[in-house]
Each structure stands twice: as C-alpha cells, then as structure tokens.
Design a protein around this ligand. Structure first.
Ligand code: ATP
Ligand code: MG
Length: 132
C-alpha cells in the first residue's frame, strides 16, 4: 500500500468550509475541513462527498480535480493541485451545483472543478447517473 502524507505546507486558498494548503508534492494540495464550521447539518462532509463522487462516479471525472486520498476522520483530503484559471468553462455540466469561477482550476491546460463537495452536486449526480 502506498503511504500518502497529509502534511500541510503554506495555505493556498480557503472557502467557507475548508482551508487549502500546498502539499510536499507540488502536484497535490491538502484540503482541511474548517473546525469552526463542523457540526452544521451538511457542512462537515465536503471532503467525504468529493472522495465519494470521485470514486463512485468515474463517468464524471473528466470535469473533476482528482482525489488522491482521504484521512480516516475525513478532515483532510489530498487532491491534485491546479492552477488558477480566469474563466470557468462555458460548457460545464449542469450537475456542478456551485459553478462559480473560483471553483475551477486548470491542470495540463484543461479546466476542471476543484470544489464539488456540496450536497447539491452529489444529489444531481445521483439523480442523473443512478437511473442510467
Ligand atoms: N485542487 C485545487 N487546486 C488548487 N487550488 C485549489 C484546489 N482546491 C481548492 N483550491 C483553492 O482553495 C479555494 C477553496 O477551496 P474550495 O472551494 O474547495 O473550499 P470550500 O470551503 O468548499 O469553498 P466554498 O466556500 O466555495 O464552498 C478554492 O477557491 C481554490 O482557490
Ligand atoms: Mg469553493
């Protein structure tokens, strides 16, 4: 089994629910659930939902930043690190519920969503993909 470090370096971003740090591997980052937001009905599972979507719905992956690993307590998620991109793609799929520009990054010139852990996205993906 490959051992993956959850060690954080400098902070590279933050949102309402997570702080995001550089990882010692420059191609990855670490997303850490904000403790001040925990225990809200849906706010403490953003990392878990990203991990779940990445693993359960491979048909969505072309639009998503890859998930590398999650800690047992789900507080920390290692994700492929992208570069800031100015504009979100025009043809983003409808199931990406929180489609603001800040939630898009570029990896190898391709725009992908780095924030797909909100409950609305999982709900839409389930509605669309589970009936196929
Ligand atoms: N994979 C990534 N690569 C590079 N930067 C990232 C990545 N994931 C997140 N970030 C940066 O960190 C910020 C916060 O991450 P994210 O949007 O996932 O957190 P959140 O708390 O769920 O956000 P929100 O407030 O939008 O719900 C992003 O806007 C982006 O700038
Ligand atoms: Mg966000």
């Amino acid at each position: 089994m490959k051992i993956i470090s959850f060690g954080r370096k400098e902070r590279i971003g933050h949102g309402c629910f997570r702080f995001v740090y550089a990882h010692e591997n420059p191609e990855w980052c670490v997303k850490v659930q904000r403790k001040d937001k925990a225990n809200h009905k849906t706010s403490d599972q953003h990392n878990y939902r990203e991990w779940l979507i990445w693993n359960e719905y491979p048909e969505c992956r072309e639009w998503l930043a890859p998930v590398i690993a999650i800690s047992e307590d789900r507080m920390e998620l290692v994700m492929a690190r992208g570069h800031r991109c100015k504009r979100k793609p025009k043809n983003a799929p409808k199931w990406i519920a929180d489609n603001k520009s800040k939630n898009w990054v570029a990896i190898n010139g391709r725009k992908i969503c780095c924030d797909y852990g909100n409950p609305g996205t999982l709900k839409k993906i389930r509605e669309l993909m589970d009936k196929k």
